[in-house]
Design a protein around this ligand. Sequence first.
Ligand SMILES: NC(=O)C1=CN([C@@H]2O[C@H](COP(=O)(O)OP(=O)(O)OC[C@H]3O[C@@H](n4cnc5c(N)ncnc54)[C@H](O)[C@@H]3O)[C@@H](O)[C@H]2O)C=CC1
Ligand SMILES: O=C(O)C(=O)COP(=O)(O)O
Length: 619
Amino acid sequence: MSSKIRSLFQGFRSSLDGERGTSEAFPGDGSSSPATSTSTSTHDSSPAAIARRAPPTPPDEKDNHHHLKTLQRLQKGIPINPKNSSSSTDGNNHSHYEDYENTEDMTDAQQTEVNGLAHSVSHTLSLSNSPSSTFHSPVGSYSSRTTLNRPSGKQLKPFNTQDIKIVLLENVNIAAREILESQGYQIEFHKSSLPEDQLIEKIRQSFKTNRDVHVIGIRSKTKLSAKVLREAKNLLVIGCFCIGTNQVDLEYAAKHGISVFNSPFSNSRSVAELVISEIIALARQLGDRSMEMHNGTWNKISAKCWEIRGKTLGKFSFTPEIISWMRPLTKLLGIVGYGHIGSQLSVLGEAMGMRVLYYDVIPLMALGTAKQVPTLKDLLEQADFVTLHVPEIAETKDMIGAEQLAQMKRGSYLINASRGSVVNIPALIESMRSGHTAGAALDVYPSEPAANGDYFNDTLNSWGNDLRSLKNLILTPHIGGSTEVSEAQSAIGIEVGEALVRYINSGSTIGCVNMPEVTLRSLTLAEENHVRVVFIHSNRPGVLRQVNSILGDHNVDKQMSDSRGDVAYLMADISDVNAGDIRSLYESLEALSCKLINRDTHGNTLTFFAAKIMTRVLY
Ligand SMILES: NC(=O)C1=CN([C@@H]2O[C@H](COP(=O)(O)OP(=O)(O)OC[C@H]3O[C@@H](n4cnc5c(N)ncnc54)[C@H](O)[C@@H]3O)[C@@H](O)[C@H]2O)C=CC1
Ligand SMILES: O=C(O)C(=O)COP(=O)(O)O
């Protein structure tokens, strides 16, 4: 990368850092765009047509220079011409973007150009939104973003699901929609989430066919319970266009051969930055001062307002005793859950002069001078700010209740941007009313509305109005990951969109959260009579023997199999398969079952156990 490009990019980053404002649109936001649209791509997705497509030409530095210029102009609200942005420097363009505060308000075509620029810049310069993006990253998950742009081997096509039909909910970013449409898949797009009964109805009616949905794409609101999944008889895969996957019944999905993908860290930095802003805002009671000013009240006070940095020692030299005496004056940040978000926060907190302690259920390498503590209690007793970054699982439900709040120091603060179920809200209200907890910031709630509107009251959660009445309590509508244009939302769209395409077209489960991770190198164009078999089955003895006896009629070139709990995933590339063989191969695998002994409470019972969960043949 030339130094010119690098310095341009640095300028671009600092302009982002300095000028970014975030907001999120949902239905009810007055947007005039239709809430639902169905698009049927006219692309020819046959293997031959796909193979004919030329691989994309990588943009050269000149293009980067231009893209960066354009992005800088977008960030500054300077008009550019979406049809011919290369002429944007002449100052004579009439902007299609200038009135928009964010791309949620843009048309799809305008978002497309912005995302395209961002995607192109980030791919070409190998940029990451997150300085420590490889930390804890699952194999292949982040680097996989570039895979679709590489010239690859033969593009496979599912045998028994020719027309892939996708329902996208919760305003999934345009970047994802483009990736999926470019494959010729059909997409039904919805801006908001749907409650269970409506979702079931939607699945039943989608694409005017009977439950013919192959892919569902959601964010954090849509609950894909067993009841909902049971209706989606043809579902192959779920894309969670977010980090959390607690909204999906992962076990039910796996047992029915439905793979689930998420974006493990594309919005981690966005959450960490929001938390940093909240730490300062709580320490200075910014929320209250701002609210007072909005109501016309000037209330200049310094009582119970603090800096968060460590106390500087200035030019004087102090004895170690004095230094250790001064250390407690440094504000201590306590991070619960030191994963992608927690560890980002650790770096940012230290950069602002805070000391960092963290608690996690597994031993993790400390970044900087942060220290892991053995128990949650150790952390709660010492930290001035406690911030929660754990997943929603049984162990984290009500993790912070009355007992834990009492263990926290008097005058300390609590921040929750993980999941609403992690904090017992009535206990927090009590602790704040008593003055024990000096302030809190909540981004997530046990029940959250499916769309934007006047929903934050006692109807949704019984204590909604109690929360609204509390001082020094920052309430945000689950916006931790809500940044866009080359940041969280478009990055997530690209990452999950590409994972879905890889899964549908090649069966690869790399990055999957509920299946074993299995992949094989691509088939080449020269391998004409080769097909790929994906067989998801119960993890029981004897199944592989039966599968291999079916595959054995052909030549098994390569094979990989792995299991996760009760479910096993086998992928095999076999050759010498004529077009006419594909159906019988598929049907033999579909019919596969094996005999097992199941014991009931009264003794031994001989039963037949169906081994097959799902068969896919890709050719
Ligand atoms: N507010 C928002 O918009 C967003 C919220 N989130 C939430 O934040 C959560 C954390 O995200 P990441 O850092 O990316 O997840 P991660 O999986 O990278 O890290 C979670 C960490 O929590 C630890 N952990 C699990 N159970 C624990 C327990 N009982 N006690 C202590 N530590 C425990 C894990 O070992 C892991 O290190 C997500 O699961 C999601 O629910 C994520 C993104 C955006
Ligand atoms: O990524 C996550 O887990 C989040 O909580 C963000 O959710 P969202 O995409 O904003 O609904």
